[in-house]
Design a binder for this molecule. Structure first.
Ligand code: PPS
Length: 457
């Protein structure tokens, strides 16, 4: 038993070895060769013999057993022949290179066991994939949900402040590492690589969640992904702001495959504040549906700051960044955390290309207090059946947010990751008040533009 196991291991090692040089032809005797050819077939392995010079080997193999084996049914000798032989026999024939595969028909119990275990591993892998877990292989797409410093730098095309920049490792490698880390931390199921996804085709998104940063965009996307007719990229592609020069085909390739009737989606909240984004999206398709998750700009700014602070603990205080001068109370609109919240300004830019009917404004607050209600509106807007309903949500007391009973690709309940729903630092009341005053006219304008009072004032 042990000996046979050893032989098997030797054989395995042999198969894994680099191609060998043939042994010299004059080292064998015809009788010896015949003896080898008669040996037990159970030891046999299907060998693919590749001759460096087939004609020469043919000429130099005058012994009939060898000749029979080498000769193809057509009588022609080919560069690559298939034989049932042991390694030793192949050496004798002067194979210069060879490859091998197990001849299952001849395997004994131990081998069958190893085949059995291999099959178990394969089936487990298949099962795992079909459940959507194996599609998180590294892809050329980046998620920005917790990549704070990166977002400060790129989110609105503005450079970060020196402190923020100092904390940010701007190298592409670290960026990718952070992005992948973020994806794995948040356990966001992604859709790109999956055995189950090999059907359908990759299409440009018909609907995009274009904003706003810290509005609740991740929650919305994850809720939507429960819908069987929605397929979405898990990570944020950032095509229309950062990677536009990669071209539309690059972008389309990031998309998951969809079947007839399914909607392709993506979310990149920085599109909303990117000047060039409306024109770019429009030139991809003027029919693109645009979803904007908006949240009270004051809370949004604090949320944005909280995220930055979590990555750069040495960050100046909120009020230091929010005000040009704390005594005059002049708001610094060049700080992205403040500027993103001027929704009416950004919307104006989009309305130059898209009619209002192409937009859906989702309330970030209602997405927390009434996720099913808000999801109903979203599904209607996308022309989908109302599949995602209140039965999909439960309120997690510890998290303080609604969570999914059964997210996509999982049978277990799941809340969003730690980067969502972080406790905010205490900001002085008068600072918040001043900021609220600042936003009021912009909010009113935004209510008028959208025909929806979000009740932030
Ligand atoms: N269900 C649920 N679970 C957790 N968090 C939720 C949920 N619904 C909305 N939110 C709010 O989403 C805020 C983060 O917004 P985004 O996902 O748009 O952030 S990001 O721009 O992608 O970084 C996040 O902001 P913070 O509370 O400041 O962390 C949440 O308030």
């Amino acid at each position: 038993m042990a000996k046979k196991l050893l032989t098997r291991i030797q054989l395995m090692a042999m198969l894994l070895r680099a191609p060998e040089k043939s042994s010299r032809r004059d080292t064998f005797h015809p009788d010896e060769l015949t003896h080898h050819l008669k040996s037990s077939p159970s030891e046999a392995t299907r060998m693919y013999c590749i001759f460096s010079d087939p004609v020469q080997h043919w000429d130099n193999a005058p012994y009939s057993p060898v000749r029979q084996l080498l000769q193809r049914p057509s009588g022609q000798l080919e560069k690559s022949g298939v034989f049932t032989l042991t390694r030793h026999r192949l050496r004798l024939m002067g194979c210069s290179k060879w490859r091998a595969a197990f001849n299952f028909g001849h395997l004994r119990v131990q081998s069958k066991l190893s085949v059995f275990f291999t099959m178990i591993i394969l089936f487990s892998y298949l099962f795992y994939c079909l459940n959507g877990y194996c599609d998180s292989l590294p892809r050329p797409v980046f998620d920005q949900q917790t990549n704070v410093q990166h977002k400060i730098y790129f989110h609105d095309g503005q450079e970060a402040s020196p402190e923020q920049r100092g904390a940010h490792s701007a190298s592409p490698a670290s960026f990718v590492r952070e992005q992948l880390l973020d994806l794995s931390n948040s356990k966001v199921p992604s859709n790109n690589i999956s055995i189950a996804n090999n059907f359908g085709s990759k299409k440009f998104p018909q609907a995009i969640i274009i904003g706003v940063k810290k509005g609740g965009t991740r929650a919305l996307l994850e809720f939507l992904r429960i819908h069987p007719e929605v397929r979405a990229v898990g990570a944020e592609p950032h095509f229309f702001d950062r990677f536009y020069d990669k071209g539309l085909e690059w972008y389309r390739n990031l998309m998951p495959r969809t079947l007839e009737g399914q909607i392709t989606m993506e979310k990149t909240p920085s599109y909303f504040i990117t000047k060039e984004a409306p024109r770019r999206v429009f030139s991809m398709s003027s029919h693109t549906k645009l979803i904007v998750v908006v949240r009270d700009p004051v809370t949004r700014a604090v949320s944005d700051y909280t995220q930055t602070l979590s990555k750069s603990p040495g960050l100046p205080s909120f009020q230091n960044l929010a005000f040009h001068n704390s005594t005059t109370g002049l708001i610094d609109t060049s700080w992205s955390a403040v500027r993103i919240g001027i929704y009416s300004k950004h919307l104006e830019n989009w309305l130059r290309f898209f009619p209002l009917s192409r937009f859906l404004f989702v309330s970030g607050e209602r997405l927390v207090t009434d996720p099913a209600g808000e999801m109903g509106r979203v599904q209607d807007f996308l022309g989908l059946k109302r599949v995602v309903t209140d039965k999909h949500f439960y309120f997690n007391q510890t998290k303080g947010f609604p969570c999914l009973k059964k997210p996509e690709g999982s049978s277990r309940p799941r809340c969003l990751g730690k980067s969502k729903g972080r406790p905010h630092p205490q900001i002085p009341f008068e600072v918040l008040l001043r900021l609220r005053d600042f936003y009021r006219p912009f909010n009113l304008k935004f209510y008028q533009m959208t025909g929806h009072n979000f009740g932030w004032d």
